[in-house]
Design a protein around this ligand. Structure first.
Ligand code: FEO
Length: 399
């Protein structure tokens, strides 16, 4: 049984959803599942845009057959070679032996690396190359590091459809609703879209900025990403989010307090700071237990907020391990332009504050407030003045 959606009168979404996979890339939790989007154009030639993950290959093959009917498949455009989209290339070649694969030189190399037998099938394209499939003309635009080096996007100049590869994608399975205007994106999808972008593509902000610049020069009518909803209006909303994320600009002035606590004493200090901030009028405050919150959520929230408070217990004379993991992930993803405050705790040789400061200083454009507090085991009344000064300096830096 095939299950597809019409995107335009001759373009079909023929992807599928995986709601059973627990961890995307075997790292990031996806409680709402994920969609793998693929598209099929019926022109004088038939053209497939990307394949899907192996987990949904059977549904995908049924979808292709259902839409193609008796027609053969003429072309397969591969915008991105990561296996969550490219796993079924060989399966397509086996079933449609006349198909020609269109991809970049690097994608061709990756096909070899992944062991695909596609020798005489490939037509390599590069930035600016064009192709006609009948009524539809497309131009290929390279998009290196969005999110792998071989990536490109394909723009249909006939109807303004942009096949955007990983760009503008999101975690989350599609519950029959394909288009952005069939869902409440800002309520139900934005957190997963941010978590997808920041953790998967976040490191490559300058490359995304370059792609956004190119996108600004074309008249986009529909955006067809490889994950999540298809966009057919409200592009300003999406482009604004992408511009902020890729330039490491906070979405909101607010304070994210991340605490690493063993017995609740560091958490109590974090609560104390949060309460002081709110009493002083800063209500956009969120708190996360670093041990209980998957780092992908922490990263996503860190891209959202302007200010971050790191409160960590000292552990083996080092930073508490889950806190260290979070900071190292932040560093790996090239996060920039945030303001930090530091709270350390330790019962005999507190070290975490100094070590966290050193790591943050190695990152780009981070402001670390001078006021910090070192707690001995638990917060006392004698610590209150320092805590008050941290709250004040955070508020001052928000002006
Ligand atoms: Fe969804 Fe970079 O693959």
């Amino acid at each position: 049984m095939y299950c597809v959606r019409e995107v335009t009168e001759d373009l079909y979404w023929i992807g599928g959803n995986d709601r059973r996979l627990a961890l995307f890339e075997n790292v990031h939790p996806i409680p709402r599942g994920v969609s793998y989007n693929s598209y099929l154009l019926l022109d004088e030639k038939t053209v497939l845009f990307d394949t899907v993950d192996w987990s949904i290959c059977r549904q995908f093959l049924e979808n292709i057959k259902g839409v193609l009917g008796d027609r053969d498949l003429d072309y397969m455009v591969i915008n991105h070679m990561e296996p969550d989209h490219a796993a079924c290339i060989e399966e397509i070649v086996i079933r449609y032996p006349n198909v020609k694969i269109i991809c970049t030189e690097k994608a061709f190399l990756f096909m070899h690396q992944f062991g695909f037998q596609i020798e005489d099938k490939v037509e390599q394209v590069k930035e600016g190359d064009t192709m006609s499939f009948g009524k539809h003309n497309v131009v290929f635009v390279s998009a290196p590091m969005v999110h792998w080096p071989e990536a490109m996007v394909t723009y249909d100049t006939t109807n303004g459809v942009l096949f955007s590869a990983d760009a503008f994608g999101s975690f989350g399975a599609l519950d029959g609703k394909l288009f952005n205007d069939e869902v409440n994106f800002d309520r139900d999808w934005i957190d997963d879209a941010r978590r997808y972008y920041t953790n998967i593509v976040g490191k490559y902000g300058p490359h995304v900025q370059a792609l956004l610049k190119k996108a600004g020069t074309i008249d986009i009518k529909i955006i067809c990403p490889l994950h999540g909803p298809v966009w057919r209006n409200d592009f300003g909303y999406l482009l604004d989010k992408y511009d902020k994320w890729s330039s490491y600009t906070p979405e909101e002035k607010g304070v994210m307090i991340v605490y690493g606590t063993m017995y609740g004493n560091t958490e109590a200090a974090a609560n104390e700071l949060a309460t002081r901030l709110v009493k002083k009028g800063i209500t956009n405050v969120v708190m996360y237990d670093v041990s209980k919150t998957h780092v992908s959520y922490l990263i996503s929230e860190t891209f959202k907020y302007s200010h971050v408070v790191l409160a960590s217990v000292t552990y083996n004379l080092k930073i508490y391990p889950p806190m260290l993991d979070y900071i190292m992930d932040m560093k790996a993803l090239n996060l920039q332009k945030r303001t930090f405050a530091i709270i350390e705790n330790g019962s005999w040789a507190p070290q975490s504050g100094k070590l966290m400061r050193e790591l943050l200083e190695e990152m780009k454009d981070m402001t670390i407030l001078d006021n910090e507090i070192s707690i001995n085991s638990s917060m006392k009344e004698s610590d209150e003045d320092l805590m008050e000064s941290i709250a004040d300096s955070i508020i001052e830096s928000m002006k």
